[in-house]
Design a protein around this ligand. Structure first.
Ligand code: ADP
Ligand code: MG
Length: 361
């Protein structure tokens, strides 16, 4: 059962892919909730299962996907304002397309070119969803498209609305994708690495834009990123994902200031730091496990300099650190030796805390 304040609740989600080499166990028991109007981030290295999780929520899993277990509950207001709940995983493709996709849940992908049609003007692409989902008359949809272009910060909307995607810069294209996503008034916006393909200076502007729109419209947002730095200022909750599992979750303060999982320590250490002149960027040694094979014990153990004997034998449970903060590492077992995060990271966190004190988050 979902709580009243929640809009999304993923429970025990497990997904494999059928491949010629065997089954890839991409998602291995994911739990995640999102409050109405809230922002959660899913952070992890490439291949950890972030996109598969978000595609499952959108109901657009690849054809070779097999859902082994779990549910994805989504709540939305009906026409009369009453709350309706559905399980995305048990809906037909047809119902999803008509009731959920694009209308209630919209998605922004890493590369704007993959979601834009190069043969259609951007105006037409913004109008399409409104006309299909709500039967909005053409002239009204046109007016709304102009407004949306303004809302996402595109100047000269009257002229731009007749442009084709190739006539726009990368940053502007992503703004158009956001306008398309907003056209049908979705309750949930999923942003899958929305800025990874963009320039650093434009990255921050796009994140700011999404965050402003979220505040103004009161929508809920899932940010997916491999870079913890990108979402530091906007996420209420952060889920750290590794090898198809969420290995640590907490409020932004829990994750940035009191990280408990050695993998999160690694991700935080790997964050580009604008304040230090140090050019060497830390990378976590080794690489994630091949999910074609079953994982024994803690999937992160082979890369973990703090690994314990039990790590190679038994999978760690989610240990509770506080009401908001959980992590799956044997280091939190009461019997484990006391291990501290690397000193360099500790100092970095102190600097981040100081910055928040001085400038706010
Ligand atoms: P990321 O965290 O980078 O978004 P993904 O969610 O895209 O990672 O992928 C998670 C794992 O699932 C990866 O090992 C990837 O290779 C695998 N995977 C994703 N889609 C498919 C597919 N259609 N067939 C086989 N394996 C897949
Ligand atoms: Mg991805």
């Amino acid at each position: 059962m979902m709580k009243q304040e929640q809009i999304l609740s993923i429970e025990n989600l497990s997904i494999s892919f059928r491949t010629t080499a065997g089954f890839v166990n991409a998602i291995r028991g994911v739990n995640l909730t999102l409050d109405k109007g809230g922002t959660v981030a899913i952070v992890g290295e490439s291949g950890s299962g972030k996109s598969v999780t978000s595609k499952a929520v959108m109901g657009i899993l690849d054809r070779n996907a097999v859902v082994n277990s779990g549910s994805i509950q989504f709540a939305y207001p009906k026409e009369n304002g009453e709350r309706e709940e559905c399980d995305i995983l048990s809906m037909t493709k047809r119902d999803l397309r008509r009731q959920i996709n694009g209308k209630r849940i919209a998605m922004i992908f890493q590369d704007p070119m993959t979601s834009l049609d190069p043969t259609m003007t951007i105006g037409k692409q913004i109008m399409e969803g409104m006309m299909w989902h709500y039967h909005t008359p053409k002239d009204e949809a046109y007016k709304k498209a102009l407004e949306l272009l303004g809302e996402v910060g595109i100047l000269d909307a009257e002229k731009r609305i007749r442009n084709y995607p190739h006539q726009l810069s990368g940053g502007m294209r992503q703004r158009v994708v956001i306008a398309i996503a907003l056209a049908c008034n979705p309750e949930l916006l999923i942003c899958d690495e929305p800025t990874t393909a963009l320039d650093v200076t434009i990255q921050a502007k796009i994140i700011e834009l999404i965050s402003r729109i979220q505040r103004e419209r009161g929508i809920s947002v899932i940010y997916i990123t491999h870079d913890l730095g990108v979402v530091a200022k906007v996420a209420d909750y952060v889920n750290v994902m590794y090898a198809g599992k969420i290995v640590e979750k907490g409020t932004a303060n829990d994750i940035y200031f009191e990280p408990a999982h050695p993998y999160t320590w690694g991700l935080l250490s790997a964050m580009p730091d604008l304040d230090t002149t140090d050019e060497r960027l830390y990378t976590i040694p080794g690489s994630p496990p091949n999910l074609l094979h079953s994982v024994k014990g803690d999937a992160f153990a082979p890369r973990n300099q703090f690994a314990l004997g039990i790590d190679s034998k038994e999978e760690p449970p989610m240990f509770r650190i506080s009401d908001t903060h959980y992590a799956s590492t044997w280091l939190l077992d009461p019997r484990a030796p006391k291990v501290e995060m690397p000193l360099e990271l500790k100092q970095r966190i102190e600097r981040m805390k100081q910055e928040v004190k001085n400038y706010g988050r």
